[in-house]
Design a protein around this ligand. Structure first.
Ligand code: ATP
Length: 328
């Protein structure tokens, strides 16, 4: 490899945590050490960067974390970093430690901060997509999505057992404020009668129609998977409206909540995190900056952060059709 464009790098996790962030930290630290770069772990995201809360990390400092959920560096949300003064403090800390490259693991808020910081102060930055929502353009999957999806699927399977035993209708809310990837895929995987996602304009009448069809075809229990950000209404309103329309239904609501963020990362997430952590460090060494490392069609690619934030992965039309067809 030609001479590295960076000498000392920092790595941080920011925004909502996701399973696989530790595997990404491990890959960053070990790749940096392999190529003889100094690597600093920055605690609590941008807050820690402003306060100089950092430690030098060697290969052994990340032992036994590839299988752990959460993030050993802790995550945080920092309002101060949104101000010029806050970012100036962060820059002073980088100067003091000699950090000339940063790997920022998080979602689009984290990337926005990284982009502004890079443009203001010239510190090289690379984003690594770590969020369970899978809503980042420039990568087929984000770190944590696969694990969260499997957690949701397993939970809905369990709900299905009790739904079937009592002939009940369950409305199950999964995470996804702006994106329905977890809802659509977990819904297909668990045979949901309907899946409500924010990307689509859903109509309550269509939902009712699906219930009528289910009755006619002899279904004894039904699961409706609803993304958190569904625009038709919150899950309790939807359940109430359904009860008003079908008073005979025994309806229950279940919100899966934060269990979807935790747990040991899946194999796919560990491998993805390892590839992206490696890709981030190698990218910085080769002079990439203000970009996000992603995997598209099984290839490591760098997408300008600006594009990763602005654009969105399209919901797969085939999947939506399949969900509808298989729910008969
Ligand atoms: P998730 O999608 O899981 O919520 P995220 O990275 O989008 O993750 P945010 O809370 O939106 O999470 O952003 C994380 C941090 O990034 C913020 O707390 C803030 O410090 C920084 N950040 C976000 N937006 C900006 C901005 N416009 N300017 C500077 N920093 C920002």
């Amino acid at each position: 490899m030609t001479e590295s464009q960076v000498k000392k790098i920092g790595v941080l996790t920011s925004g909502g945590d996701s399973p696989g962030m530790n595997a990404a930290i491990r890959a960053v630290v070990r790749t940096a050490n392999y190529y003889h770069l100094e690597c600093f772990g920055i605690r609590e995201g941008y807050s820690g960067l402003m306060e100089g809360n950092l430690t030098k990390m060697g290969a052994r400092s990340v032992k036994n974390i590839i299988n752990q959920g959460g993030t050993i560096l802790k995550s945080a949300r920092s309002l101060e970093f949104k101000t010029k003064e806050g970012r100036q403090k962060a820059f002073e800390q980088c100067k003091k430690a000699g950090i000339d490259g940063l790997v920022c693991i998080g979602g689009d808020g984290t990337f926005t901060g990284a982009k502004i910081f890079c443009e203001e102060f010239g510190i090289k930055v690379i984003g690594v997509p770590g969020t369970i929502d899978n809503d980042i353009f420039g990568t087929d999957n984000t770190i944590g999505y696969d694990t969260a999806l499997n957690t949701a699927m397993e939970a809905i399977d369990k709900i299905r057992d009790t739904a079937t035993s009592h002939n009940r209708v369950f409305f199950v809310e999964v995470m996804g404020r702006d994106a329905g990837f977890i809802a659509l895929n977990s819904g297909i995987a668990t045979g949901a009668i309907d899946i409500l996602i924010p990307e689509r304009e859903d109509r309550i009448e269509d939902l009712f129609q699906n219930f009528r069809k289910a009755e006619q075809t002899g279904k004894s229990s039904s699961i409706v998977v609803v993304a958190e950000g569904e625009k038709l209404g919150n899950i309790y309103d939807l359940a109430q409206k359904t009860k008003n329309e079908f008073p005979e239904f025994d309806i229950r609501v279940s919100t899966l909540g934060h269990i979807q963020r935790g747990g040991s990362p899946s194999c796919a997430d560990r491998v993805l995190a390892s590839r992206l952590g490696y890709g981030a460090v190698v990218g910085l060494m080769q002079g990439e900056t203000n970009v996000m490392a992603g995997i598209r069609a099984n290839e490591l690619v760098y997408t300008p952060i600006e594009e990763a934030i602005r654009k969105h992965n399209e919901m797969n039309g085939d999947l939506m059709k399949i969900a509808e067809i298989l729910a008969i």
